[in-house]
Design a protein around this ligand. Structure first.
Ligand code: GLC
Length: 423
């Protein structure tokens, strides 16, 4: 834990504390009033600069809502809030506390390891990380089993929300094929009451998001939905994040002397490493998600492909593609290439820059020895936040801040990474 130095550091800490609801932190007031899975884990990295005890609590609270089969839900509805849709009634998962029925990119093990290794209070960190190990293991086992029922080494997502990159162009075709249910219960969106509709997913996308929720709910959220889902994608982003988290979980299991767990995790890593070649388009060397319903790689390339560096799998060809991608906009790293017809500079995951993905791509590059480009990504993130404030995301052309304001994970990325001196 290092001292908060600059005015921006203090502002970031105030945002995180202001979004604390007691044991968990909301992504932002209004727009997202509950606990989100990957937000919380990444936000714990920011908490670790302010209060290490509170950082551990953030992750523990999330795991207190873990399902008996190991799944960790993407939203935990600790308290009712009418300002958000779809709320717990629409999910109908029957859990206490109420939760959604899908998950999100599993960054938890990577965040636990990072907090442990940077901890000022090493004794507390060891104790709390050790207690989390079996829960993390159960979560990863659920992914590699339930979401990879044929053991192919690639896990499936069943809803665009599971990818964390809700309206990414990578899902256009797969989602477009989902037929909107004729008996779709009517609904009123809440997101567009908080931020401008031009920045949010469209109605056609939302109807399909809700059709999928209804489909899983009608099947009681049972394991069979992996094979039955009309939307089933091996998301390159989530698979890379899981690969990285497997490596971090392996390090934790070794540290705590759990040999059986270490062997099990190593076998997942080996299997995934063999399968990951399927993400790569041999014509371009770019990494794309795979549509497991239609078969084949999805046409759209997104920044999620560069998470291969975070997974420890990036190569020089991918590095050259990243350099070319970055050269197309003033700031790095746009979520869709600026010359792609699907690019939309302010619409959420269709072009804007996100501090959290910049963190993962940047750290992955640094850890694989690509310091120059890693520094560039961090410096850009720092400048975006310094100029625009702690917004949800940023326009890659001019850095204009977009989406929700006082955003918790943007503040956390400042404290844990971007705000430190570029070095
Ligand atoms: C949006 C984002 C998702 C995030 C959530 C809360 O749904 O797409 O990644 O977890 O908001 O910030």
């Amino acid at each position: 834990m290092t001292a908060l130095i600059t005015a921006r550091d203090r502002e970031a800490a105030e945002i995180i504390k202001g979004n604390d609801r007691g044991g968990y932190t909301v992504p932002t007031k209004g727009l997202y009033p509950f606990q989100w899975n990957w937000d919380s884990c990444l936000v714990a990295l920011g908490w670790a600069r302010i209060d290490e005890d509170r950082a551990w609590t953030e992750i523990e609270t999330l795991f207190s809502a873990q399902w008996p089969d190991g799944m960790v839900p993407h939203i935990v509805f600790h308290r009712p809030d009418p300002g958000y849709f779809p709320g717990s009634e629409r999910w109908g998962t029957g859990r206490t506390p109420p939760t959604s029925g899908i998950t999100q990119p599993p960054v938890a093990a990577s965040c636990v390891r990072r907090i442990l290794e940077g901890a000022a209070d090493g004794v507390m960190a060891e104790r709390r990380a050790r207690a989390l190990l079996p829960k993390l293991l159960a979560y990863h086992r659920w992914f590699h089993g339930v979401r990879d029922p044929d053991g192919v080494g690639l896990v499936s997502v069943l809803h665009p929300w599971e990818t964390g990159m809700d309206n990414s162009p990578a899902w256009d075709d797969a989602l477009g094929r989902v037929e909107v249910a004729a008996d779709l219960e009517p609904y009123v969106r809440r997101d567009t009451q908080h931020v401008n509709a031009s920045m949010r997913p469209t109605k056609a996308e939302y109807d399909r998001y809700m059709t999928l929720v209804g489909f899983f709910r009608a099947r009681g959220w049972r394991d069979e939905i992996t094979r039955a889902s009309p939307f089933r994608v091996a998301d390159v982003g989530l698979n890379c994040i899981l690969m990285r988290a497997d490596r971090d979980l392996l390090a934790l299991a070794q540290r705590f002397g759990d040999d059986a767990a270490a062997a099990e995790i190593a076998s997942w890593i080996e299997r995934s490493e063999r399968a990951f070649g399927q993400f790569v388009d041999p014509a371009t060397s770019m990494w794309h998600s795979i549509d497991q319903v239609a078969g084949g790689r999805v046409p759209a390339a997104t920044h999620a492909g560069f998470l291969a560096f975070w997974a420890g799998c990036g190569d020089d060809r991918l590095l050259a593609l990243l350099e070319a991608w970055i050269a197309k906009t003033r700031y790095a790293v746009a979520s869709t290439a600026a010359d792609d017809p699907r690019f939309d500079a302010i619409r959420y995951w269709r072009g804007p820059i996100w501090a959290i993905t910049n963190f993962m791509v940047g750290e992955g590059l640094r850890q694989s020895g690509h310091d120059g480009i890693a520094r560039r990504i961090r410096a850009d993130t720092r400048e975006l936040i310094d100029r625009g404030g702690f917004y949800e995301y940023f326009d890659p052309r001019d850095g204009a801040p977009c989406g929700g304001s006082s955003f918790t994970w943007t503040a956390a990325m400042w404290l844990a990474w971007a705000g430190s001196e570029p070095g």
